[in-house]
Design a protein around this ligand. Structure first.
Ligand code: PLP
Length: 358
């Protein structure tokens, strides 16, 4: 299958094979990793190695903690304001799609939340420029989504926020390209796209932001609790974290984010080039300067043709190409693990489909 699923998404074959080999008997201990304590030396080694690998791949050698959390990236929408939105302060949000809107709504539940910029009126086509961001100086933080999974856009710059801490939801873009992670006070990502299977959410938080314990919220919801216990306060999703460990080693062996970005640009261009050369048969949902290298979204001349496209694509072994139910159209999610050949095959299928239906 050519797997273009948006998430849970394709994992590198080598990772799945290695996991299969170790599944029943982990490194000769006579048991599966899933059957032993999360406080065992075997698991603790995975826990700390995974934290170090991620920091290194993000270019963050020190000054940050890596947390393994439950509840998906959606839980972060709530725990961010719970932890960081102090009374009298404002949580600021850049709204660039469905998920950033959800983050903003959760901020409103907890305290005062403000929209610093939004491209909703323009149907998400082009991301806000730095000059369009109106950041309240009283902000506790500015929250942004670096890659918009459903809409298919990605920021080409990191907003300047002065002294105001920046938070990035990187669920669908983490490790797809180099990004100056030091500009963020917090990065988070559900694992199920570029990091591993679902079940664990990764948060990377600046040490300085973990000094004060937010005693007004339950311990389990405090980032400080997880940080001071190396993410072993409660039982972590051991298997998911183990899989993330394998994926991170795979990323490293691919040459890290620099090499992956080159591959991802080449892969996504295979499809974007067909869209641009189709004379309007295929139309991209996002303007060229804001296009995502992970989630490629486009429309066909009618919904009927879109249904036909999806149906025929399935007959040709393509999986996961229907756009998100909220926007329709087509979406090809070409995360790190999706091979060049899959995008090549999709480009060829698109040309053929236009020939027969254009
Ligand atoms: N943020 C982004 C950018 C996403 O793409 C997703 C899921 O696709 C989420 C948040 C929500 O993640 P979860 O399902 O892990 O809560």
């Amino acid at each position: 299958a050519y797997n273009f699923n948006p998430g849970p998404a394709m994992l590198p074959l080598e990772v799945l094979q290695q996991a299969q080999e170790q599944f029943v008997d982990y490194n000769g201990i006579g048991m599966s990793l899933m059957e032993i304590s999360h406080r065992s030396k075997e698991y603790e080694a995975i826990n700390s190695e995974t934290q170090q690998l991620l920091l290194k791949l993000l270019g963050l050698e020190s000054g940050y903690q890596v947390l393994f959390l439950g509840g998906g990236a959606s839980t972060q929408f709530a725990t961010i304001p719970l932890n960081f939105l102090k009374p009298g302060k404002v949580g600021s949000y850049i709204i660039t799609g469905n998920f950033s809107e959800k983050a903003y709504q959760e901020g409103q539940v907890v305290g005062e939340a403000k929209i610093a910029a939004s491209n909703k009126a323009g149907k998400w086509r082009s991301l806000p420029k730095q000059s369009e961001i109106e950041l309240d100086p009283n902000s506790a933080y500015l929250h942004m989504t670096t890659n918009n999974t459903i809409e298919g856009s990605q920021f080409s710059y990191i907003p300047e926020t002065g002294d105001i801490p920046l938070i990035g939801d990187m669920t669908s873009g983490i490790l797809s390209r180099p990004i100056d992670a030091k500009k963020f006070s917090m990065i988070y990502a559900g694992a199920q796209k570029n990091l591993g299977p679902s079940g664990v959410t990764i948060a990377v938080i600046r040490d300085e932001w973990l000094q004060e314990e937010p005693k007004h919220i339950p311990s389990i919801l405090r980032y400080t609790t997880h940080a001071s216990n190396s993410s072993l306060y409660n039982t972590p999703p051991v298997h998911s974290i183990y899989m993330v460990n394998l994926v991170l080693k795979w990323v490293r062996d691919q040459g890290g984010v620099v090499e992956l970005e080159k591959k991802n640009i080449a892969k996504s261009n295979l499809v974007y080039d067909i869209i641009d050369a189709s004379g309007g048969f295929y139309s991209g949902n996002i303007d060229a300067d804001s296009r995502s290298i992970m989630n490629i979204t486009f429309r066909l001349p009618s919904e009927e043709l879109e249904k036909k496209f999806v149906k025929e694509s399935q007959q040709h072994n393509f999986v996961g190409l229907a756009g998100h139910r909220s926007v329709g159209g087509i979406r090809a999610s070409a995360y790190n693990a999706v091979p060049h050949e899959a995008c090549q095959a999709l480009a060829e299928f698109m040309v053929e489909f236009q020939k027969n239906n254009g």
